[in-house]
Design a protein around this ligand. Sequence first.
Ligand code: NDP
Length: 483
Amino acid sequence: MNARYDQGFHWIGNRWVPGAGEHTLPMIDPSDGQPFAAIARGDARDVDAAVAAAREAFEGEWGRASALERGRVLMRVAASIQEHADELAAIESRDCGKPLGQARSDALACARYFEFYGGLADKVGGYTIPFQAGYTVFAEREPHGVTGHIVPWNYPMQIFGRTVAAALAAGNACVVKPGEDACLSLLRVAELAAGCGLPAGALNLVTGLGSEAGSALTAHPGIDHYSFTGSPETGTRVAQAAAERHVPVTLELGGKSPQIVFADADLDAALPSLVNAIVQNAGQTCSAGSRLLVERSIYEPLLARLGKAFDAVRVGPGAANLACGPLIRRSQLERVARFVEMAESDGLRVVGRGSIAPDAPAGGFYLAPVLFADVPADHPIAQQEIFGPVLAAMSFDGEDEAVRLANATRYGLVAGVWTRDGARQMRMARRLRAGQVFINNYGAAGGVELPFGGVKSSGHGREKGIEGLLSFTTIKTVAVRHG
Ligand code: NDP
């Protein structure tokens, strides 16, 4: 079959497979609102086929491969993704609307995850335990088996890379359900992986709707571990379904992350990062810096500078590679626009607003980034994950108030602190309820090596870094009595 990733097929057992229901879904280009490709609309039968293929691989060639062999395959996948970075970036940019440069960075990050976990595959072992005389006891790490991956549409290649490469490195076989709005790059990566010697069934992708293919995957008795990235509401449903079968779940559920700027900060260094943390990917980033907390003595001067920086942001099609692209779909545009309208009708002060490029196609899902000032801490734009380029600023007096405001949402994913005071840096890092704290930077350029995940409604479990691989293993204790 001379099929392709954009023609409506699942990827199962290293082959393009038509959906059992034979239905497809159009893929819409967020930059112009027009359909440009199709994906298969998967259902429970397709998930069954994918899980069966994964189980066969886990019990067969992939499950028997040594850690060294697994690592080498993943390193070849990394090299192949890198070689195809321009092609993958073009696919992802069209699929998600993200600026081409960002899409290319995402392709390279995906490659880096395969490189990192490929290198790690044969370096994570178990340990022996001093026990009673006459025993030798050891704890071995082993894969869960068949892992289910629910990947959203905002960073398909990055989130796929960080969960799938880690799971494969640990020896699991994977079934992936990508977001229905953006999955073409992942289908292409899967095809590339097969070309690098990843055995049939080790990696399978079933496309379709979350409510159909996604819920069939979360209900499937053949899955031994789930990783989910998305909203707290859907995460709860996934965790409940998994709990019915007592299957472990890693949940990454987004955030309402604060950037905290003290009066002694290097503002020239902070300013571009404060803008980028909310404008990048049109604010559709789980770790977006969507709240800005500024010490009162520098509040107005900093906002004046930031307002100008927001005014300068241009929004346009992914291919134009401007600072900000469109939102993923019409309903997301409407959702974000409702937050902006609410803030405006509540009289919140607009300090800066970007603009949509005059030549941006009329049907695209564009929203100009906006900076609101004096936002009450309990206002919806200071509490809810908007997932759009909307920054809510407020002032504070002293460390205690900064900590109280920073921790006063349901989320706890990431926090940024800008100050030159070393002791304060340490105190703030300790007191902030977040999975990652960045001092005088935000995001550490993606940090594939850095454990990532949340507390509170931002989820639990860790991805990225060595912790990310450990999440895809379980410990088996072996006690040998030899006298
Ligand atoms: P969802 O949480 O509904 O979607 C996330 C992922 O879950 C997608 O792959 C989706 O597939 C899948 N999914 C949806 N329903 C089910 C289900 N019943 N069973 C299994 N999987 C399912 O987020 P939305 O796309 O609806 O976006 C809404 C909001 O969620 C955003 O505005 C944002 O606040 C938050 N979000 C956070 C993300 C993060 O990175 N933390 C990522 C995405 C969203 P499909 O896309 O096919 O429906």
